[in-house]
Design a binder for this molecule. Structure first.
Ligand SMILES: [Zn+2]
Length: 341
């Protein structure tokens, strides 16, 4: 689609690449930039030689006409200074200003805004002005997991491209190919949890996260859930894995995701009549033997995990958040989902 657009001389000046984290959106934007900058392959072919100085600069991240910003790890917001410059020189530096300058070595400038969904209002409004009157020849790539968090006025000015997650099979194959995991069946297991994202898979291969997951699943699989012991155990494991608060938030987010996957599987196996584990058995007993009511209990547990993750994102202290979460989960396991409502 991109190649046809270039051939017709109709490449959009702004693209919005949508899809889950780490499935290749930024890589595609970089490759398009590299192809348009490549000194040996004509633009219409939308391909790159990989060897000319422009290609090498794009790969090294030093091409003067390719401007890239992304949200630093652990930050909730894409820093405004990256988009608009420092406070004392707002609008006179930063990505949007640089994009308006004459190209230095290519015939156009290209900008990649990764984590575009994390722009604050001021950045978004400035970006909107650039989209309304783009500098001649400039191309902007906005990268975001979904549409919802972007201003409608920004969305409507971009050509949208939805990227699909990798299949479990593709992902497992990549893990082996990259030699991140030698054992194919272990790679399959990681891929199944990664929702098509290579970055997720990479994090899951971290032994400390695996340990956390195993620990959590063992706790959730018990018929009786002791909230105090569970909270203490989990919080001290998180402390071991990450020493700083942003890191702990990230690990806690993983933990909640593992729990969501756990309950999802509990519902799936329970309702399919397959051999269900002790957690389903316990929920079924609490639900008076009614599978639909047992599934409702598990769904309430999922809702509680989503809420806890939201609290984590809203900067609630991790221990406080997880203590409340453990309390409520143990209540649900005792059949008290109504107490949550
Ligand atoms: Zn080249």
């Amino acid at each position: 689609m991109l190649r046809r657009a270039v051939q017709r001389g109709r490449i959009a000046h702004a693209f919005l690449f949508l899809g889950p984290e780490a499935i290749g959106k930024r890589l595609v934007a970089q490759r398009v930039a590299q192809s348009l900058f490549c000194q040996r392959v004509p633009d219409e072919e939308l391909d790159a030689c990989g060897a000319c100085s422009a290609c090498r600069q794009v790969r090294a991240g030093t091409h003067p006409d390719l401007l890239t910003v992304a949200c630093p790890e652990g930050k909730r917001e894409l820093p405004i200074k990256l988009i608009l410059g420092e406070e004392e020189s707002r609008g006179r530096e930063g990505l949007l200003h640089d994009l308006s300058l004459h190209p230095m070595s290519a015939t156009r400038r290209i900008a990649i805004i990764d984590d575009a969904d994390k722009m604050n209002e001021e950045s978004a409004n400035a970006l909107l002005k650039t989209l309304e009157e783009p500098p001649p020849g400039a191309i902007l790539f906005l990268i975001s997991p979904s549409l919802e968090t972007l201003l409608p006025t920004i969305r409507s000015r971009c050509q949208k491209l939805q990227f699909a997650p990798l299949t479990d099979d593709e992902l497992a194959g990549l893990l082996v190919e990259l030699n991140w995991e030698q054992d194919r069946s272990a790679a399959d297991a990681v891929a199944a949890l990664s929702e098509g994202s290579l970055a997720t898979a990479k994090q899951l291969l971290d032994p400390s996260l695996r340990k956390l997951r195993d620990d959590l699943l063992a706790r959730l699989s018990q018929t009786q859930l002791s909230s105090a012991t569970m909270a203490d155990g989990i919080i001290s494991l998180i402390d071991e894995i990450a020493s700083d608060v942003p890191g702990q938030r990230q690990v806690a987010s993983w933990l909640l995701r593992f729990a969501i996957d756990f309950y999802r599987l509990v519902i799936e196996q329970g309702l399919s009549g397959a051999e269900a584990g002790p957690a389903w058995q316990a929920l079924l007993v609490r639900a008076g033997g009614d599978p639909v009511a047992a599934a409702d209990l598990a769904a309430a547990a999922i809702d509680r995990c989503v809420l806890a993750d939201l609290h984590i994102q809203q900067m609630m202290p991790v221990p406080l958040c997880l203590e409340g979460w453990c309390d409520d989960l143990s209540r649900i396991h005792r059949g008290g989902a109504a107490l949550l409502a």
